[in-house]
Design a protein around this ligand. Structure first.
Ligand SMILES: Cc1cc2nc3c(=O)[nH]c(=O)nc-3n(C[C@H](O)[C@H](O)[C@H](O)COP(=O)(O)OP(=O)(O)OC[C@H]3O[C@@H](n4cnc5c(N)ncnc54)[C@H](O)[C@@H]3O)c2cc1C
Length: 339
């Protein structure tokens, strides 16, 4: 049975750098350890927080229950042929390290998702995505431990019900499963996804005409480093809000005052609008309030400059939401899990 620690600061375990505490804290390194913890009297089903890298959570209070840090590692090749490779990866594996492994080996499919913080096990939770690729594009299945029965269950692509930053684990299956491993299908003859102009621009600047997956990964890393604050330097959780999808009717009404509003097509009736643009127009970009604020380069990112409190960041996010409703009639939804 792994050691269950008492009264632990969660500051090193969340990228916002918020100094809340856990009454009980345990790190699990294998399925067996996890099952022992789930069986133990300390595991009160409704009072457990599963943590990966803590890069998509906002801790607004001390945790009275048990925090389970998932550090289950391991990579297993499930099958392989000339075209593709299927790999099963432990949930506690660092996501970017897994991407780097794939890039070095020449396995294509995840290079556009380079440098996203966090763990492999949390990646399906919100179907992580960046630069035109989502994890669902390479996802085969995951194995998760049911918190109530302590038994493993398999979820394939369809049963995960992936959507834009969504999966079944954020809805009907919320707080019911602990993801133990994820299986991916990667291509040995990758078809590069260069849909994003920013990637093409970096490649052109470097005069790379026949890019490899490593070139694409390097371009993505360069773009991300220039745009997003490094959580090691400034506490943050990446994009705080999802980009809202609005009706074409709503768009026409906003366009009267803001003809330059950027949009991405969704279907005949709706478009996606960058939340960062709306927040910037509402005057929030670069604003600071004591130790917290809105990042100066990217209005979608809320930041903790040091001594900030989760509850204050939550309040700031609510103020931003209210001002966007008032100004544009658009409701922003948090992407970050508020706890
Ligand atoms: C600088 C920065 C940039 C980012 N950029 C992107 C981006 O481009 N695209 C994107 O999609 N996201 C992005 N994110 C968000 C974040 O990196 C991802 O959501 C990531 O998948 C979170 O992983 P994690 O291990 O840190 O999860 P955590 O924050 O630890 O957990 C997130 C949620 O998943 C649950 N959870 C974690 N592990 C498990 C498990 N094994 N089983 C069951 N539940 C679990 C937690 O309880 C919590 O509800 C960014 C974050 C930062 C800080």
């Amino acid at each position: 049975m792994p050691n269950i620690l008492k009264n632990i600061s969660l500051k090193p375990y969340n990228t916002f750098g918020l100094d809340t505490s856990a009454r009980l804290f345990v790190e699990v390194k294998s399925l067996e350890e996890l099952q022992e913890v789930v069986r133990s009297s300390k595991f009160k089903i409704n009072d457990v927080l599963v943590l990966g890298g803590g890069s998509n959570i906002l801790l607004t209070q001390d945790m009275d229950g048990l925090v389970v840090k998932n550090s289950i590692q391991g990579k297993e090749i499930v099958s392989e042929n000339k075209e593709e490779i299927v790999i099963k990866v432990g949930a506690g594996t660092n996501w970017h390290e897994f991407v780097m492994y794939c890039v070095e080996k020449g396995y294509g499919g995840v290079e556009n998702l380079s440098l996203i913080p966090g763990t492999v096990g949390a990646a399906p939770m919100q179907n992580i995505g960046a630069y035109g690729v989502e994890i669902k594009d390479v996802f085969v299945q995951l194995e998760a431990l049911h918190r109530f029965s302590n038994k493993m269950e398999i979820f394939d692509n369809a049963t995960c019900e992936f959507g834009y930053r969504e999966s079944i684990f954020k809805h009907s299956h919320k707080d019911k499963y602990i993801i133990v491993n994820v299986t991916f299908r990667l291509s040995k003859r990758p078809k590069l996804n260069l849909d994003y102009g920013a990637i093409r621009d970096v490649l052109a600047e470097k005069e790379i005409t026949e890019p490899t997956i490593k070139d694409v990964s390097n371009a993505v890393i360069e773009i991300r480093q220039s745009k997003l604050p490094d959580p090691k330097k400034i506490g943050n959780s990446g994009s705080f809000f999802k980009n809202p999808v609005i009706s074409k009717e709503a768009l026409l009404s906003i366009r009267k005052d803001y003809p330059e509003i950027p949009t991405y097509p969704i279907d005949d009736n709706s478009v996606k609008v960058p939340a960062g643009w709306l927040i910037e127009q509402a005057g929030w970009k670069g604003k600071t309030f004591g130790s917290i604020g809105v990042h100066k380069k990217q209005a979608l990112v809320l930041v903790n400059y040091g001594a900030g409190k989760g509850a204050d960041i939550k309040k700031l996010s609510e103020d931003i939401q209210a001002s966007i409703v008032e100004k544009f009639g658009v409701a922003l939804q948090a992407e970050v899990n508020i706890i």
